[in-house]
Structure formats: C-alpha cells, structure tokens
Design a protein around this ligand. Structure first.
Ligand SMILES: Cc1cc2nc3c(=O)[nH]c(=O)nc-3n(C[C@H](O)[C@H](O)[C@H](O)COP(=O)(O)O)c2cc1C
Length: 165
C-alpha cells in the first residue's frame, strides 16, 4: 500500500536544476520527504521523482513557461523513493546570469490546499486519459479549453485554487 506523505505548514522543499532539468541542489526537507540521499539526487534528471499519475502536459506547460522566463505555479504529485507520494504546490522560476541569460531553474514547494488537490485530481486524471488515447496535444488542448471556459489564466487558476487570489 502506498502512503501519502503530507507536507507540514512550514515546510519548504527547494531544488535547483541546470537548463536541462538536471538537479544541482536540493535542501534537507526535499531529501527527507522524497527519501533520497543527496548523492542520489545531484546530477540526476528531476524526473527521478516523477509520479506516473502526473500528466505530461503539466510538465510541458511548466517548461514552456519557465524557458520563456515566466514563473510557473502548479500542483504536482511526486513519488518518493519507496513508492509513497506527496502533493506540493510548486513555484518554478528561472535563474539568470549577469547578462540576462537563463542558467537554470529553482523550484520552491509548499503545502498545497487539500481542497485544491481534490479539484485537480479529476482534471489530471482526464488529462492522463486523453494522453493515452489521443496524445499530449489533446491533453494540452483540454487544459487550455478549461481555462478559456472559466475565463482564467493558468497561474491565476492555480493560486485561486490555493486560496491566494
Ligand atoms: C526546477 C525544476 C523542478 C522540477 N521539479 C519537478 C518535480 O518536483 N517533480 C517532477 O515530476 N518534475 C519536476 N520537474 C520537471 C522535470 O524536469 C520533468 O520535466 C518531468 O518530471 C517530466 O519528465 P519526463 O518528461 O522525462 O517524464 C522540475 C523541473 C525543473 C526545471
């Protein structure tokens, strides 16, 4: 049986990657919750903690945002080393050098609103189904249509689900 690990109110899970999503830094709480040692994470692709319940379109959107310098907010289900899982509200931003070039990314994650997770679960599940039947494009389109129907921008939707907008 896989258990859900719940973040605490004051927990912040932080990691940094290079331009390709290879982990260059992670904080103690990251290692504690995900159940990995530092040497098992540094130099690895961040997808090491990807949970199979996460739709690909969510990550496509994230990369589209951050590679164009736009911050990204998202509810993400992650997988611990032992198969347990934990939900986070992630905020990913780009890191720049002194010439303004993107040299990597930083993600800061905090405890997500429980109600928001209950709302996002069926949306991700629908997206996953679409990815299996029709591909990632169909899943992105579904999400964009959902935003259009609700007349809301993506980051705005996430923050309003969290109860912050
Ligand atoms: C700074 C940063 C943090 C990330 N954090 C996570 C994370 O916590 N969980 C996750 O599954 N993917 C995270 N990603 C996205 C991964 O790089 C990757 O796109 C995703 O896991 C899907 O991987 P795949 O396309 O190889 O399956 C992060 C990316 C960046 C740049």
């Amino acid at each position: 049986m896989k258990n859900e690990i719940k973040m605490k109110e004051n927990d912040f899970i932080v990691s940094k990657t290079d331009n390709k999503g290879i982990i260059t830094y992670c904080n103690e709480i990251f290692m504690e919750i995900a159940g990995y040692k530092e040497y098992e994470l540094i130099g690895k692709n961040h997808n090491i903690i990807r949970h199979p319940d996460m739709p690909r379109a969510a990550f496509k959107l994230a990369w589209d945002f951050i590679s164009s310098g736009k911050e990204f907010f998202g509810f993400v289900k992650n997988r611990c080393k032992n198969g347990d899982y934990y939900w986070v509200l992630a905020n990913i931003t780009a890191d720049y050098d002194s010439t303004g070039k993107i040299i990597g990314y930083t993600s800061v994650r905090r405890k997500p609103n429980d109600q928001a997770i209950q709302t996002i679960i069926p949306i991700y599940s629908k997206m996953l189904d679409l990815e299996r039947s029709s591909g990632v494009k169909a899943s992105v389109s579904y999400l964009l249509k959902f935003l259009e129907d609700n007349n809301i921008e993506y980051n705005e939707l996430i923050l309003s689900l969290q109860g912050e907008k």
